[in-house]
Write a protein that binds this ligand. Structure first.
Ligand code: ATP
Ligand code: MG
Length: 399
């Protein structure tokens, strides 16, 4: 079958009435980004969008957009001239792919009210023609195994029968911006992708401590950002914070069993200041209740005490195996398990306190002036984004 269009159905956008235009515009932008490199045309309408393939492979185009937030499902579509013969031939073509004994239904949308055949005429004509020409199929109008969809529009007849389910949710960028604390482990990329599902745009912050952390560890975080950007069609910016000076200061001055708490507190202070600068409205992390010493309720309380910013923890109560399953589905797992140490693993205390009290931590921290080092770390931030790399590569190929 020669498919020449892709039909895109919207997810939660269809629940919006007043500001739907804004949601559709955001989705159009994100789809366009995910389809960079394809010579397609995209028309986003009030209740659905159409992609004109211009000869591009329909499967490849659907692969590229199936994880764009806001899309409920997609179908490859054949656009036909407005003739009975063309419709009949296509219906049989579709039905030949069905298995013997299966049931089908012809579903008609007659947008062009002036077309000479009425809805029932088309259903009757095509249903009968398929039954005559494809053996061992039955019609079932209530619970069919397959639906053959026929849309009569002014510019032609659109027919399709396959439906590929997509991710749904809301288009990224419609829910404000948040800063994701991205560690390179399994959890934080999943946490980021979860909030993105609700339309939230993400920038990421990563703390590294060279030479204690290897360049490969930082590369791995960049790779995770690439995977997340590619998957969602969103351009995620990564802020890499030089953390060595602070980390060694903590190591030297804070008792071993409290150092993890202080490390997390300072990371959160820096994250908050960056979030404010980028007009972020929340910080997101991959914390999971009870998973490690720094993630008990008392620990979270002591760490959280440095900020009034909302800290979103989308994985808070999940089981580890559920998170692993999500990471596999999102395609981040293989990269997350690469064996490069991150800064917390290296400076990990032997027996971190599971119940650090705020007053105690504050007492030890008051002996050190962290503030100038915090400001220096913020000044030393390096930025990375997939698009910048692609732009740089494209630019250098012109030279
Ligand atoms: P992950 O798999 O995300 O690393 P984890 O179970 O290893 O999670 P921790 O290492 O205790 O958990 O970290 C908890 C959260 O703190 C992480 O999910 C992440 O959001 C944040 N975090 C930890 N280390 C870093 C880092 N080097 N840079 C940025 N964020 C970090
Ligand atoms: Mg970690």
């Amino acid at each position: 079958m020669i498919y020449d269009h892709i039909l895109v159905r919207y997810g939660e956008i269809t629940l919006k009435t007043r500001n739907r235009k804004m949601f559709i515009n955001a989705l159009r932008q994100n789809m366009k980004r995910a389809l960079t490199g394809f010579s397609i045309e995209l028309a986003a309408q009030w209740d659905r969008a159409y992609i004109t393939l211009n000869g591009e492979d329909p499967e490849a185009v659907m692969d590229a957009i199936e994880n764009v937030n806001g899309i409920l499902s997609v179908s490859p579509v054949a656009k036909l001239e407005k003739s009975e013969e063309a419709m009949k031939e296509t219906a049989v073509h579709f039905a030949e792919e069905f298995t013997k004994g299966e049931t089908f239904k012809i579903e008609v949308r007659r947008a062009d009210k002036s077309y000479h055949l009425k809805t029932f005429d088309i259903q009757y004509m095509l249903g009968g023609y398929v039954l005559e020409n494809v053996p061992d199929l039955k019609v079932d109008v209530k619970h069919p195994d397959h639906q053959i969809m026929v849309e009569v529009r002014t510019d032609g007849i659109y027919m399709y029968h396959e439906v590929r389910q997509c991710i749904g949710g809301l288009p990224i960028g419609t829910g404000g911006r948040a800063l994701l604390m991205l560690s390179g482990g399994i959890d934080s990329p999943v946490a980021g992708l979860e909030v993105m599902k609700k339309g939230i745009e993400i920038e990421a912050i990563h703390f590294h401590s060279p030479p204690y952390t290897s360049p490969q560890a930082t590369e791995k975080v960049k790779q995770l950002v690439d995977i997340m950007s590619k998957r969602t069609g969103a351009d995620i910016k990564l802020h890499i914070v030089p953390f060595t000076e602070l980390q060694t200061k903590i190591y030297d001055w804070i008792p071993d069993n409290m150092s993890m708490t202080t490390t997390r507190r300072i990371m959160l202070i820096i994250a908050e200041r960056l979030a404010e600068r980028i007009d972020g409205k929340a910080i997101v992390n991959g914390e999971n209740l009870g998973q490690v010493a720094s993630q008990t309720l008392t620990s979270m309380h002591a760490i959280n005490a440095v900020t009034n910013f909302p800290v979103l923890r989308p994985l808070l109560t999940l089981e580890k195996n559920e998170i692993v399953e999500m990471a596999r589905r999102y395609g981040t797992y293989e990269t997350s398990v690469l064996p490069y140490e991150d800064c917390c693993t290296i400076f990990k205390p032997k027996s971190p306190k599971t119940r650090p009290l705020v007053e105690k931590v504050e007492k030890f921290e008051s002996k050190v002036d962290f503030e100038p080092m915090i400001e220096k770390a913020l000044e030393g931030i390096e930025c990375y984004s997939v698009n910048e790399t692609e732009e740089k590569e494209a630019f250098s190929s012109l030279l």
